[in-house]
Design a binder for this molecule. Structure first.
Ligand code: GRF
Length: 207
C-alpha cells in the first residue's frame, strides 16, 4: 500500500469528445493512473459532456456569455479547475484560445492534442492543410500548451501515411485512431513525472 494520493485531471472540451472518451477508457483500464475530476465545456450541447456524465464524472457547461470578456471567462474556468485541485489540464478538442493568465496559472501542466505533425499545419483544418500541401505523411502531436496557438514543447507524435485516395474524412479518421493512443500515453508519462522540458524539447525519462 502506498499513501500517494490519486492525481487529478481536469479536461476542457468543446465538441464530440472522442479524445475525452479515450482518456476515460484509459483511466478505467488503469492505463492512466488518475481520476478525471471535472470536465468543462464552453458549449452547452457538447457531446463530450454527455460522455462524461455516462461515466459519472462531474461535468459542467460554462457559458461564455455569462462572462463580460475572454479573460473573465478563462478566470472562471481556472477557478473551477483550482477548486478541484487538478494536477493536469487536458485540452481535448477545446476550441478556444487560452489567455496568458490561464496559461501562467497552470504553467507546464496543460496538454493539448493537435491532428498534424506540429510545427506543420497549426490552427484550423490541419487535415485539409496537409492534403493541400501534398505531404505523404501526416499525424498527430501531443504538446505542452504555450501562448502561441498549437505551439509548445512536443511530448509525443504519431505519423500516418497520406494516401492518394484520401479526402479530409479518411485522413482525419486515420489520424484520430493515433490520437486516441498517444494522448493517454502522454498523460501517463506526465503523471509518472517522466517529462522534462529542456531547451524547448521534452525529454522522456527511461524511454
Ligand atoms: C481532434 O482532432 C483533436 O486533435 C483536435 O480537435 C479534435 C477533437 O476531436 N484538437 P474530439 O472532440 O476529441 O473527438
Amino acid at each position: 500500500m502506498t499513501n500517494k494520493t490519486q492525481s487529478k485531471i481536469g479536461i476542457l472540451a468543446s465538441g464530440r469528445g472522442s479524445n475525452l472518451q479515450a482518456i476515460i477508457d484509459a483511466v478505467e483500464r488503469g492505463d492512466v493512473d488518475a481520476e478525471i475530476s471535472v470536465i468543462l465545456s464552453n458549449k452547452e450541447n457538447a457531446q463530450a459532456l454527455e460522455r462524461g456524465k455516462k461515466h459519472n464524472i462531474e461535468c459542467a457547461f460554462v457559458d461564455p456569455k455569462a462572462s463580460p470578456d475572454k479573460e473573465s471567462f478563462d478566470r472562471e474556468m481556472s477557478r473551477r479547475l483550482k477548486e478541484k485541485q487538478v494536477d493536469l489540464v487536458c485540452l481535448a478538442g477545446y476550441m478556444r484560445i487560452l489567455g496568458a493568465e490561464f496559461i501562467e496559472t497552470f504553467q507546464g501542466r496543460i496538454l493539448n492534442i493537435h491532428p498534424s505533425l506540429l510545427p506543420d499545419f497549426p490552427g484550423l483544418f490541419p487535415q485539409q492543410q496537409a492534403l493541400d500541401a501534398g505531404v505523404k505523411v501526416s499525424g498527430c502531436t501531443v504538446h505542452f500548451v504555450e501562448l502561441a496557438v498549437d505551439a509548445g514543447p512536443i511530448v509525443l507524435q504519431s505519423a500516418v501515411p497520406v494516401k492518394d485516395s484520401d479526402g479530409v474524412d479518411e485522413l482525419a479518421q486515420r489520424i484520430l485512431e493515433q490520437e486516441h493512443i498517444i494522448y493517454p500515453r502522454a498523460i501517463q508519462l506526465f503523471l509518472e513525472n517522466r517529462l522534462t522540458v529542456s531547451g524547448g524539447r521534452v525529454l522522456i525519462k527511461d524511454d
